[in-house]
Write a new protein. Structure first.
Ligand code: FAD
Length: 389
């Protein structure tokens, strides 16, 4: 699966374009935000204005119509620069539910504005406090009343909701007991957050280990117009699943960006730091873990490219997308640990940025899907082992 030289050249130009924007937002910018749990509004505006978050939106709707491979390069470069694409990555891919399953009217209404950034669709409400990973058991319920739904329920860890105009919300529309399959009876609604706030929807920030703008959402008798239903009622779980391979590949790319950042930091520090009259990097006890982490990042990158190429060719890629996410998340976490260890005490000092990125990359062992759930997918769907839950 070798890329043509034109494609390689395009990807290189894309990397340089993203780097040019990221250069304006250095480690100090991200560090200061980390200290106050602030949202990187200026960065998100700049990366939007440069057109990068509209990468996956077709040209007819004002985006650049690129593939998942190119989109993944954009997010990789943000993290590779020391930034955190988690602040805006969902603006890139959440719209996929509308693009793939929305009506032509919904596409015309939303996609051009998402592409130019005048509408933010970067909140995605799936997880609930009492059901967690057991998504089809979720309790938020939308009852149809005339020309609208009345929604009641609660969501947790819904990121960027305070910085989004719209939210994709997964709800139950038919009680689970009345469905043949537990994955039936779920539906996807587009919620206009600006209208909903204070009118049946309340957002409460959750303070987390890293700066991530995540929230808890309380929904009480929220009215959502019927025209905001995406696709067919009851088929929402399939629509959400359809977007997951893209998300896995994009998150894998962010982890690879993180991993490369950690390895560069560790290498530079190991070359510069002199203890016992020699650079610490001269000790193989320091070199080998950095080299091992580098090897693991490069191996994960191959799986990311394989998954992305299959995805862009329209081929099945569930196994590769999941495996790339697991390999990359493990490799970036390993690189984070190695960078911290290489920096000794200074790794814990905020001004070195290691502890900030260390916290950020740790998330990807848990969200958007935890390591165990990927292992379970591969065991059952790739290897044919018995279903365990
Ligand atoms: C910072 C952050 C941002 C997030 N952003 C969003 C968002 O924008 N939108 C959204 O909908 N969600 C979001 N999430 C939620 C995230 O997707 C969930 O936290 C994740 O899916 C795990 O669900 P849970 O926390 O309820 O864990 P649980 O489901 O309670 O699981 C706890 C642990 O048990 C393990 N486990 C559970 N069942 C099994 C099993 N059968 N076999 C083996 N192990 C099992 C899990 O892997 C996990 O390690 C976010 C989470 C965080 C922390």
């Amino acid at each position: 699966m070798l890329m043509t030289s034109e494609k390689q050249e395009f990807i290189q130009e894309l990397r340089e374009g993203v780097r040019a924007v990221c250069k304006r937002f250095n480690n100090e910018y991200w560090r200061q935000l980390d200290e106050v749990n602030g949202y990187p509004t200026e960065f998100v505006r700049a990366i939007t204005d440069a057109g990068f978050l509209g990468a996956l939106i077709p040209e007819e709707y004002g985006g650049s119509g690129l593939g998942i491979l190119e989109a993944s390069i954009i997010l990789e470069e943000i993290n590779r620069s020391g930034g955190n694409a988690g602040a805006c990555h969902a603006q890139m891919y959440t719209m996929g539910t509308i693009l793939r399953h929305g009506s032509s009217e919904q596409k015309r209404k939303y996609l051009p504005k998402i592409a130019d950034g005048s509408l933010r669709l970067q909140a995605f409400g799936v997880t609930e406090p009492n059901t967690g990973t057991d998504t089809t058991n979720l309790k938020t319920f939308a009852r149809r009343e005339g020309d609208h739904y009345v929604v009641n329920g609660q969501k947790v860890f819904i990121s960027r909701a305070e910085h989004s105009d719209l939210m994709i919300l997964l709800v139950r529309t038919t009680p689970r007991e009345e469905c043949k399959k537990k994955s039936d009876g779920l539906s996807v609604l587009i919620v206009d957050l600006n209208e909903a706030k204070g009118n049946g929807l309340e957002i409460r920030p959750i303070k987390t280990m890293m700066n991530h703008a995540t929230t808890e959402i309380f929904i009480e008798n929220l009215k959502v117009p019927i025209e905001n239903l995406i696709g067919e009622e009851g088929r929402g779980f399939r629509y959400i699943l359809d977007g997951m391979n893209a998300e896995r590949i994009l998150i894998a790319a962010e982890c690879i960006g993180d991993g490369r950042w950690f390895i560069e930091k560790a290498t530079n520090y190991a070359n510069e730091r002199v203890v016992f009259n020699r650079a610490i990097g001269q000790n193989q006890g320091i070199q080998f873990p950095i080299a091992t982490a580098h090897i693991h990042i490069e191996a994960a990158d191959l799986m990311r490219f394989k998954a992305a190429e299959l995805y862009d060719a329209g081929a099945a890629c569930g196994a590769e997308a999941n495996m790339s996410k697991l390999l990359a998340a493990d490799a970036s976490w390993e690189a984070a640990n190695v960078a911290l260890q290489t920096h000794g005490g200074f790794g814990f000092a905020a001004e070195y940025d290691i502890e900030r990125k260390f916290k950020e990359t740790r998330l990807y062992q848990v969200a958007p899907i935890s390591t165990n759930l990927i292992l379970s997918y591969v065991a059952e769907h790739v290897l044919g082992l018995p279903k365990s839950y």
